[in-house]
Design a protein around this ligand. Structure first.
Ligand code: CTP
Ligand code: MG
Length: 236
């Protein structure tokens, strides 16, 4: 277990999306993975890391009552979200409460995120970094194309990283970034970048992938089914 004190660390879990690309007919966060809603897996992964004290889960307004009973015995608040992810995280920030030093923002759609990733992010923020994101190297060759799909160049992938969550922030910095927000973004660190501040990286984990499509959900089910055979770090 980590030596990082969980008090003062609050995680916001945006779970208010509709999951159009998954196409399950219900909001993606409530789709079950191995019989457990993805949002519950995400919340328990955060709390189980030992470095997160409380969680604010942001759900579609019509799910607030139902979702409130999903987390018995856990330090979880449920609040209604907004039209895009940025608006949902902003709603979570408004419900943050006092005595918060570190804020994590973690997609409900990353239900298998290993606790080590959460610990790496919180430890780095606790060490004094204002904004920390877990990343992976990009392994595919990446091309730029024009409107007709014709290749215009090959990107140097050695300088690229794929970004995961949880993203971690000094609470005051994230609140300041959201106060200044003008455009919706797909991640929170982008708002810190927009203010000209530094964002640092730690190692992510392939198992922290986001469930976006039916294919991703299938992969997540297969990983869970094989969970008795751990995947070694070397194999990833
Ligand atoms: N999210 C949110 N509020 C929104 C939109 C997204 O809280 N208005 C959350 C999702 O619930 C998800 C995370 O942000 O946990 C990442 O978004 P994404 O993977 O795009 O999920 P959805 O928006 O639900 O999926 P889609 O874009 O396919 O509709
Ligand atoms: Mg979306």
């Amino acid at each position: 277990m980590s030596t990082v004190d969980p008090s003062g660390v609050v995680a916001i879990v945006p779970a208010a999306g509709s999951g159009l690309r998954l196409g399950a007919g219900v909001p993606k966060a409530f789709v079950e993975l191995g019989g457990v809603p993805m949002v519950l897996r995400a919340v328990d992964g955060l709390l189980g890391s030992g470095v997160v004290g409380r969680v604010v889960v942001v759900v579609p307004a019509f799910e607030v009552t139902a979702a409130a009973s999903l987390f018995p015995g856990r330090p979880v608040a449920v609040v209604p979200g907004g039209a895009d992810r940025t608006a949902s995280v902003a709603a979570g920030l408004r419900a943050l409460g006092s005595d918060v030093d570190v804020v994590l923002v973690h997609d409900a759609a990353r239900p298998l995120t290993p606790p080590d990733v959460v610990r790496r992010v919180v430890t780095a923020v606790r060490s004094g970094l204002p904004a920390v994101i877990p990343v992976l190297p990009v392994t595919d060759t990446v091309k730029q194309v024009d409107a007709d799909g014709v290749v215009t160049g090959t990107v140097d992938r050695s300088a690229l990283r794929a970004v995961q969550t949880p993203q971690g922030f000094r609470a005051s910095d994230l609140v300041r970034a959201y106060d200044a927000v003008v455009d919706a973004l797909t991640d929170d660190a982008g708002l810190i970048e927009a203010l000209g501040d530094s964002v640092h990286t730690v190692a992510g984990d392939p198992v922290a992938f986001k469930v976006t499509t039916a294919w991703d959900l299938r992969i997540a089910e297969l990983l869970l089914a094989g969970a008795s055979v751990p995947i070694s770090a070397e194999e990833r």
